[in-house]
Design a protein around this ligand. Structure first.
Ligand code: ADP
Ligand code: MG
Length: 244
């Protein structure tokens, strides 16, 4: 197995609030990790530390064998291209068409020609099931469609790993499934993914490993069967009894 991302004794403090309390974690190439846990436990902060959107207070983040938490912003730009991130709020550029949202980084950052980028964007829109929306403005799309475009936009940079932070939490219930299906399809292509979600059925379905995070620590890890059906820690049991 090839380790693609690793944290060593990762801590993050906001003022006096120690939000991540020394996290050792490892993500192997092609693995799908689902992170669950109560609100405020540090899940988003952990994801944001992985691509240095947050600067860790101490410890190390290693991406593809390179320690990245001492890099300059310019160096980090190159690293972040390889880590696609999808947020709860879709964050599409409101003034650009769907197609241009996806074209933007490949053209401006990777130097693709407009014709090549457009071809790629159309393929990606096809992949996420919104090929007919290329010329639409984001605001005219449903939340589920917008989130699928956001996933396509992240994929356009050919990331080595995808980070999802509660990608369906802002969606109306009837749109959750269509976004989860896109993520599930992506898992089947072998994409390495770390997904924070409260969708436990989905987690059972796609996760190679489930991590339960509580109070700034990953306190339990295992296969979906291990964590959901035979949780070892009282806090995991308590959390699951409330959400399942
Ligand atoms: P989760 O995603 O599990 O809900 P977060 O990582 O968002 O948890 O937050 C964990 C803790 O860190 C919370 O107490 C939150 O208030 C705090 N926190 C997160 N981001 C910031 C920030 N930028 N400044 C100060 N405190 C923050
Ligand atoms: Mg969060």
């Amino acid at each position: 197995m090839t380790t693609i991302l690793e944290t060593k004794q990762l801590t993050k403090k906001f003022d006096d609030n120690l939000v991540l309390k020394g996290i050792d974690s490892k993500i192997e190439q092609g693995q799908v990790i689902v992170v669950i846990g109560p609100s405020g436990s540090g899940k988003s902060t952990y994801l944001r530390c992985l691509n240095l959107l947050e600067q860790p207070t101490s410890g190390e983040v290693v991406f593809e064998d390179q320690s990245i938490n001492q890099l300059t912003e310019a160096q980090l730009d190159g690293i972040r291209e390889k880590m696609g991130m999808v947020f709860q709020s879709f964050n599409l550029f409101a003034n650009y068409s769907v197609l241009d949202n996806i074209n933007l980084a490949p053209i401006n950052v990777q130097g693709m020609t407009k014709a090549d980028a457009t071809k790629q964007s159309q393929d990606l829109l096809q992949q996420v099931g919104v090929a007919d929306k290329a010329d639409a403005q984001p605001a005219s799309l449903s939340g589920g469609q917008q989130q699928r475009v956001a996933i396509a936009r992240a994929l356009a940079m050919h990331p080595d790993v995808m980070l999802f932070d509660e990608p369906t939490s802002a969606l109306d219930p009837e749109m959750v499934g269509e976004v989860l299906n896109v993520i599930k399809d992506l898992a089947q292509t072998g994409m390495t993914m770390i997904i924070v979600t409260h969708e436990m059925g989905f987690a059972k379905n796609v996760a190679d490993e489930v991590w339960f995070m509580d109070d700034g620590q990953i306190i339990e890890k295992g296969t979906p069967t291990e964590v959901f059906d035979h949780p070892q820690k009282a806090r995991t049991q308590d959390f699951l009894s409330k959400v399942l």
